[in-house]
Design a protein around this ligand. Structure first.
Ligand SMILES: *Cc1c(COP(=O)(O)O)cnc(C)c1O
Length: 368
């Protein structure tokens, strides 16, 4: 049969498995399942630099194909699953893993089953999983229950687990650290990011450690991870039975990569801190209104963490800081319509009348 796969011009970013094939152990035997993930922008954020005196960059992972960093790990996990003959994959999810698993599985022509906590995932993410043909099951429990069930099913039935307890996920996600180093030509002094299951925290730490071992960087960044106050097991030092936060992507009470994350904190002189929902939403507003980057609430926590740590005197002037903003704002857009006092923002309605609009905008007619 003729190969009908369209040829991709070499100048187009080819996805992380092809771009970093040698570093990820990808060979001819691996069928590369890609939607072009990775290659996301590292955006200088002058508004955050002005507030802190540091050189602040935002790694905008919402620019991935399904709108979150999960795609970096999913291209790897689904490719490896297909390589091993899997016909179906399963995952537990607070939303973004299911969106990503659904898209990559359907692209590969296999089935994705996703377990999500009932009523606890953002509408955009639910829509993605359904649109991409996943078998979506709402579980009457929280994320941690879903992960226990997914593990149990993968152990006892012919489905392949693609949560971040699957090492292929972490391997794919480390590529974000490679990209940061390529742009900055060294590691940053600090790297800040949200922590849910702590898979991404672990992945970045690994990526940076490899770069140091390869001799392309001079240091490890201090890895600072942030959890929401109502969902901060690592900060508290014990699991949280009923995690609560507006940041649904990190509403996790018993992180899967807890031990790995503690080791990474140790190795990088890192830190785990807790942030209130109010501070998360304030940071969300700063990212939207001052930086021009629209994220979902969980993704703003690194910015809140920067402001908190900067205030505490931990971030020296001139330090290079990278903050990963993990998911796109369009997935969970309702928060943008909430003003600081919690009231709903209502756009002004006017008749078809330019003078009236000029009045609302405070414009004064130009005199000629
Ligand atoms: C999954 C996710 C996180 C948390 O990542 P972990 O690897 O579970 O710590 C944070 N933000 C968003 C948007 C996510 O989808």
């Amino acid at each position: 049969m003729a190969d009908t796969t369209p040829r991709i011009p070499s100048r187009q970013w080819r996805g992380v498995l092809t771009e970093y094939a040698d570093r990820l152990g990808i060979t001819e035997a691996t069928p590369v399942v890609t939607l072009g993930e990775g290659g996301t922008p590292l955006i200088p954020a002058p508004a955050l630099s002005a507030r802190t005196g540091a050189k602040v960059y935002v790694k905008f992972e919402g620019m991935n194909p399904t709108g979150s960093f999960k795609d970096r790990g999913m291209t790897m996990a689904i490719s490896k699953a297909v390589e091993h003959g899997a016909k179906a994959v399963i995952c537990a999810s607070t939303g973004n893993t299911s969106a990503s698993a659904a898209a990559y599985a359907t692209h590969a022509g296999i089935t994705a089953a996703v377990l999500v906590p009932e009523g606890k995932i953002a509408m955009g993410k639910l829509s993605q999983a359904i649109a991409h043909n996943a078998q979506l099951i709402q579980v009457q429990g929280n994320f941690d229950d879903c992960l226990d069930l997914a593990r149990d099913l993968a152990e006892n039935y012919p489905v392949h687990l693609v949560n971040s307890v699957n090492p292929d996920r972490i391997a794919g996600q480390k590529t974000a650290a490679y990209e940061v180093v390529e742009v900055l030509q060294d590691a940053p002094d600090f790297h800040l990011l949200p922590v849910g299951n702590a898979g991404n925290y672990t992945a970045y730490s690994r990526g940076y450690t490899e770069e140091l071992e390869r001799g392309v960087t001079t240091k490890l960044p201090r890895m600072f991870g942030f959890q929401a106050e109502g969902s901060a097991p690592i900060v508290l030092g014990h699991p949280v039975a009923h995690p609560e936060t507006v940041a649904s992507a990190i509403r996790i009470g018993n992180p899967a990569s807890w031990e790995l994350a503690l080791a990474a904190r140790e190795a990088t002189d890192g830190y785990f801190g807790a942030i209130s929902d109010d501070d998360i939403l304030a940071a969300h507003r700063i990212l939207s209104a001052e930086v021009g980057v629209f994220v979902e609430p969980a993704s703003a926590i690194g910015v809140a963490g920067l402001l908190q740590r900067s205030e505490a005197g931990v971030i020296p002037a001139g330090a290079t800081v990278v903050i990963t903003v993990t998911g796109h704002g369009l997935k969970d857009p309702q928060w943008a319509l909430r003003s600081e006092d919690g009231s709903e923002v209502k756009p002004t309605v006017v008749p078809v009348d330019s003078a009236e609009i000029a009045g609302v905008l405070g414009l004064v007619r130009a005199t000629s």
